[in-house]
Write a protein that binds this ligand. Structure first.
Ligand SMILES: [Zn+2]
Ligand SMILES: [Zn+2]
Ligand SMILES: [Zn+2]
Length: 389
C-alpha cells in the first residue's frame, strides 16, 4: 500500500559523532521548513538564517545521540542541541507550553545536517525579516525552483509579508559611521569588534587566493583580494560546501574575510585578537584547517588555516552592524558566485539555483543603485559649479 510507504531520513554533524536516522512516512514528506532571520538565530548559528525543519510529531531522538550534544536554552520553550565536538547544530526540542507540567514535546532538525534535501524538505520561505533591518538573506534568495518564497516580517502566516528590497526606515536615518562593528554570539561568550579597513589591512598575506575565486591558481603578488571597494570594505561571500554546511547545520553559510589586525577583543581596539578566547572551542576540520564555535550556544565563529594565519573567515551572523544583518558599510558581498555549488547541487538543486540567481540579481540592483547615487552626485556637483560661475 502506497500510504504505508516510508523513507529513511539520515542526519549527521561534521565529525560524525552525532549521526542519527529515522523512518518517516512518505505521505508526510516533504517536511515543512523555514529560514529564520531573527537576531537570536543569527547570533546562535553565525549565519544569516537558521534553517529549521519540522520533524514528524512522533519523532524523538535516541539517548545515545543526545549524549553527544550540548544543550542550549534558546528560549523557555526551545532547547537547541549542537555537537559538543564539532559545533554542528543538529536538533531543537520544542515545548508547546513552557509552564505546563507535561508539555507536548516536538523536535526540529537543522536542514544542513540532513543527508537529503530535495524530496525531503519543503522550504516555505523567510520569517522574522524585521530583525535584519536590511532584509538579510531574504533579498539573496527570493525564489527557490521558480517558486516565490514567503517573506514574513515576524511569525509565518501571522504577520505581514515584506517586499523584496524592504528596509527598516530607521536605517535611512543613520549617519555614515566608520566606528568598530560589534560582534557576538547568542550567549555573549564570544564577543569581538571589527575595525573598518585601513592601511594595515593590506599587511595580511595569503599564499592562496580566496575560495570565492577558484580560477586564480595562486597569489604570488599577494594581491589583497580580501579588500574591496577601493580598500574600504572587506570581502564577504556565501559558501555551500559540505564542510561548512555540516559544521554549522545550516544550508548556506556566509563568511567575511578579515585580517587579524582588524579584529580586537575590546571596543577600544587595545586587546589583540587571539584564536582562543571567551567560550570558543576549536575543531580541526581537515589538516591545518580549523573552525571555532561557541561551546555554550554553538555559534560558528571563525575559520582559519595554518598556512594563512593572519586572515580569518568571520561568521557574518555574529555581526551587530547598525545598518543591518548584511553589514554593508563594512562588507562588500560577492554576488557572482556561490562557493562550492558542486557540493550542494546534487542535494539541494533548487536552493543552489535560487541563491545563485537571487545573488546575481541582488548584485545588479545594488550596483545600479550605486551608479545612480554617483550620477546624482555628479549632477548636483555640476549644478553647484554652474552657480559659482
Ligand atoms: Zn560533530
Ligand atoms: Zn529565529
Ligand atoms: Zn555563545
Amino acid at each position: 500500500m502506497a500510504s504505508n510507504a516510508t523513507k529513511t531520513l539520515k542526519a549527521s554533524c561534521l565529525c560524525g559523532a552525532a549521526s542519527y536516522e529515522t523512518t518517516v512516512r512518505s505521505s508526510s514528506l516533504p517536511l515543512k521548513s523555514w529560514w529564520c532571520s531573527c537576531t537570536s538565530c543569527r547570533r546562535m548559528t553565525g549565519t544569516l538564517a537558521l534553517c529549521v525543519v519540522y520533524l514528524p510529531e512522533s519523532y524523538s531522538p535516541p539517548q545515545a545521540v543526545l549524549e553527544k550534544l550540548t544543550v542550549f536554552e534558546f528560549t523557555k520553550r526551545v532547547f537547541q542541541y549542537f555537537c559538543s565536538t564539532c559545533g554542528s547544530h543538529i536538533l531543537a526540542r520544542c515545548l508547546d507550553d513552557a509552564e505546563a507540567k507535561e508539555p507536548k514535546v516536538t523536535w526540529d532538525a537543522m536542514s544542513g545536517t540532513l543527508e537529503k534535501f530535495d524530496g525531503f524538505v519543503h522550504l516555505r520561505g523567510h520569517e522574522f525579516i524585521n530583525d535584519t533591518l536590511d532584509g538579510g538573506i531574504s533579498d539573496f534568495v527570493p525564489t527557490i525552483g521558480g517558486r516565490k518564497m514567503d517573506r514574513y516580517s515576524t511569525r509565518p502566516e501571522k504577520s505581514e509579508q515584506l517586499s523584496l528590497n524592504w528596509k527598516d526606515p530607521k536605517i535611512a536615518k543613520l549617519k555614515p559611521n566608520k566606528g568598530k562593528v560589534h560582534a557576538q554570539c547568542k550567549c555573549g561568550g564570544v564577543e569581538f569588534w571589527i575595525a573598518h579597513p585601513s592601511a594595515r589591512s593590506t599587511h595580511a598575506a595569503s599564499n592562496w587566493p580566496d575560495l570565492l575565486r577558484p580560477n586564480a591558481p595562486d597569489n604570488p603578488n599577494n594581491e589583497c583580494w580580501w579588500l574591496q571597494d577601493n580598500n574600504t570594505k572587506f570581502l564577504a561571500g556565501t559558501c555551500s560546501c559540505n564542510t561548512c554546511r555540516l559544521a554549522s547545520g545550516q544550508e548556506i553559510v556566509q563568511w567575511a574575510f578579515v585580517p587579524t589586525v582588524d579584529i580586537t577583543l575590546d571596543a577600544a581596539g587595545e586587546v589583540k585578537f587571539e584564536r582562543q578566547f571567551g567560550t570558543l572551542k576549536q575543531f580541526e576540520s581537515s589538516e591545518g584547517i580549523f573552525r571555532s564555535f561557541c561551546g555554550v550556544c554553538g555559534a560558528s565563529a571563525f575559520y582559519w588555516a595554518d598556512d594563512r594565519p593572519f586572515l580569518m573567515d568571520v561568521a557574518i551572523g555574529l555581526l551587530d552592524a547598525p545598518e543591518g544583518a548584511r553589514a554593508e558599510n563594512l562588507l562588500e558581498w560577492r554576488t557572482t558566485r556561490l562557493s562550492y555549488r558542486e557540493d550542494a547541487l546534487g542535494r539541494a538543486k533548487g536552493v543552489v539555483e535560487g541563491i545563485e540567481s537571487g545573488l546575481q540579481a541582488y548584485g545588479e540592483r545594488r550596483d545600479r543603485g550605486e551608479r545612480e547615487v554617483i550620477e546624482r552626485q555628479v549632477r548636483e556637483e555640476g549644478a553647484k559649479v554652474m552657480v559659482v560661475r
